[in-house]
Design a protein around this ligand. Sequence first.
Ligand code: MG
Length: 439
Amino acid sequence: MSAIRVGAATDKGLVRSNNQDRLLVAPPLFAVADGMGGHAAGEVASDTAVKSLEISFSTAAVRSAEALVQATEAANKAVWDQARSDPGLKGMGTTLVAAALVDAAGSEELAVVNVGDSRLYRLRDAHLEQLTTDHSVVAEMVADGQLPEEEAEFHPQRHVLTRALGVEPRVVVDLDIVLPCHGDRYLLCSDGLPREVSEAGIASILRRYDDPTETARELLSEAKLRGGNDNITAVVFDLLASAASLPGQRADRVEKAQPGLVVPPFQGLPGPSGDGSHEVPRALNAMQRPRARIVTFRVVGFFVLLLAALGVAAGGTAWYARASYFVGLDGDHLTIFQGRPGGLLWFEPTVAERSAVTTSQVESRHLAALRAGVEEATLSAARRYIANLEAEWSAAQAANLPHLPVTTTTSGTATSNTTASTSAAAERGAGAMTPARVA
Ligand code: MG
């Protein structure tokens, strides 16, 4: 067995209240799980998964790639059974990425299993490469050419998984067989790391630090420095040159498992025929079912929040659209409308009050503003505005009247009816010559 040097670290980050990530360091087996589910359910899911994985793999008759896949399927069943046994844990699930050095016809291979969006990276000859494929909506859109890779990190569904452990009784496990070389450095991590740190940043830290524990801690520090929005976990292990079975340099070769087709036949999960074989149709169905379930698992919550946000936004818009008045024209009459001039979205203004004042009773310089609508905060403010316009016009009319001769009456009062009404109009206009506000 190869000599391995390993270091690991995990942190809840700067935003989350608890850490739902779990890691496993049990050479030659290493794993990272990222739990999900309300309250403590995510922690239970990831904890259950890594413990089940370790027990199943360590007790396998032969530590092979097939044994690692079986252990992952057993972990899936363990999480599924636990979620069904406790209503408080319903819907919980977890990602799982694991790597193990396994026997393969006298030499060693690195078997890698993956479900979800936790990742395995390899640093070889200073070059970093992601060896696992994310099971997420965005990753599949990028793979299908529906989404440019540079837009993936900003996509609203970037955290929606298409596959996870524990949400269905069966799960399809991706299996990669990697031919290891001494000097290889491997990194298992939860999505909290690549979410914050670019691949170039991760590679830089993996190259810069020698000690795996120090390296793992530095990766976490960098992720927290850049936001720490999620739990962060890193397991770093180096393959040293002392192993006789490990060649010095071999051409890189990654054997990629075909999802749903390469889950190898194994004992213990009998098919419908009861002969213990693992049937491809069942595996294909298993590949499809988790996708539907997981999308429901997170997307339902997303859409509930989205609908709530849209409801609040619609209510706020309706309130804003109807909370104001404006003075405009309805034919020749000055009219008070409720709403916003010109309307807002589908909220059209409605007539609140039609005044007797016409455009012929308003100074012409106000007409353009009236046609556009002069906003007032309240109905009474709108009424005052119309009254002011009328008063201003009346005062102007009075000022333009020719002065009539004073008529002396027997009582000695030095006013005529005409001058009295003029004075009254001027007095009413005094202090109200300027309309309240002209938009
Ligand atoms: Mg996470």
